[in-house]
Design a binder for this molecule. Structure first.
Ligand code: ZN
Length: 391
């Protein structure tokens, strides 16, 4: 089986034979794969080996975010042409080193979903043992991993790249999107004037786009089958940003439980699949296996923030649900930062409740109860009360 390896702890710029950290249709292929073939792809953590296993938050605080995301690829899939669907089977995903990290970016450098409420950098190092993660920085919690890649997809066509740059430019001008950034671009196998021309327009990897990309969907986990649109000859599949575990929303932005890892992966092709099935964005068949968490505590949030009523805004509603969960967890010995990092890392479920009852949208956030070494229900009432026969 072909096996594409990384050197853990070394940034992508020092192992540029590995891959790339921007999207561009003319990237040379790293390897060749036949439909029906399986390979193993190793990938670096999404912050390019900048975060160290220690108790000092300065690495998170001073992070260079333009180095995200180091990707391994792109892979040439034999026979793939624009309009096909690339079938990807995530057969297994394992950490390479038994350590992961979560963090909170400083509001002044990166921020996050709750940046206005948690402006300072924070960090949690996780020990990864078998299926479990524990952290000396968030005691009293043990998480069973729902392990997945945060980022996968095929290369854009020249037309698609031009469209991305055009539609994101107005947002980038006011700081709400990330424009191309040549200074830290790594484009495997490209040098000289060609590099300069490509790096100037190559898209950053931060947002999810119609090819998939940085979707950070926790349910794209081990055992999932995904169907990706193909835009260039050979497809050009790349991946990175492995998560040992993540909550819906990856709210802290400085990650889930981020790790270096190896993915055992299988490929197939559906010729002409995009038109045949009217597919214009990835679709997937979730895994038949996942950690079995049965009981949750669920928090409601509505689209009202700081006394202002937002009209049917699911983002505001989800933020409120997160804030209410964090405030509640502080009753049980967690600091606000610990609770924030827990919600970004644990397999919490985010849902849209009602999105029709004007003017308020309601979203929920559910935390599995058995990740805690204590009963975190009000008054310890998970298994007590009138229907348990005590009077
Ligand atoms: Zn990530």
């Amino acid at each position: 089986m072909q096996h594409f390896t990384i050197k853990p702890g070394k940034p992508l710029a020092e192992q540029a034979e590995l891959g790339h950290n921007r999207w561009h249709p003319e990237l040379p292929f790293l390897g060749n794969v036949k439909p029906g073939e399986e390979i193993i792809i190793e990938t670096l953590d999404f912050l390019d080996a900048q975060i160290l296993d220690n108790d000092d938050v300065s690495d998170v605080r001073d992070i260079d975010l333009t180095r995200a995301h180091p990707l391994t690829g792109p892979f040439h899939i034999e026979g793939a042409e624009p309009g096909d669907l690339l079938v990807v089977d995530l057969l297994d995903i394992q950490p390479i080193t038994p350590v992961g990290f979560s963090g909170v970016f400083a509001k002044s450098n990166g921020g996050g979903f709750l940046g206005d409420y948690f402006p300072n950098a924070a960090k949690a190092i996780w020990d990864l043992r078998g299926i479990y993660a524990t952290s000396r920085h968030i005691p009293g919690v043990r998480i069973a991993g729902l392990t997945h890649p945060g980022l996968m997809g095929c290369l854009p066509s020249a037309e698609l790249l031009a469209e991305w740059n055009k539609r994101e430019a107005p947002l980038a001008r006011v700081g709400l999107a990330k424009p191309p950034e040549p200074s830290t671009a790594v484009l495997r196998g490209v040098k000289g004037p060609k590099f300069d021309a490509m790096a100037k327009e190559a898209a950053r990897t931060v947002p999810p786009r119609e090819h998939g990309g940085n979707t950070d969907i926790k349910d794209l986990s081990i055992g999932t089958r995904i169907f990706f649109p193909v835009y260039v000859k050979g497809a050009g599949y790349s991946m990175g940003d492995l998560h040992f575990s993540q909550g819906d929303g990856e709210i802290a932005f400085c990650g889930a439980i981020e790790m270096d890892g190896a993915t055992h992966i299988g490929f197939d092709l559906i010729k002409g699949g995009m038109a045949k099935y009217n597919v214009t964005a990835p679709i997937f068949l979730p895994s038949p296996t996942k950690p079995r968490y049965d009981q949750y505590i669920t928090f409601e949030g509505i689209s009202v923030e700081n006394g202002k009523n937002y009209y049917m805004d699911a983002t505001v509603a989800y933020r409120q649900a997160c804030l209410k969960a964090i405030t509640y967890l502080q009753n049980f010995g967690f600091t606000g930062e610990q609770a924030y990092m827990l919600l970004t890392a644990a397999p919490v479920e985010g849902r849209i409740g009602g999105i029709v009852d004007i003017p308020n949208c309601v979203c929920t956030l559910s935390i599995p109860l058995s990740i805690f070494d204590q009963d975190i229900t009000p008054k310890g009432m998970l298994n007590q009360g009138p229907f348990f026969g005590r009077h």
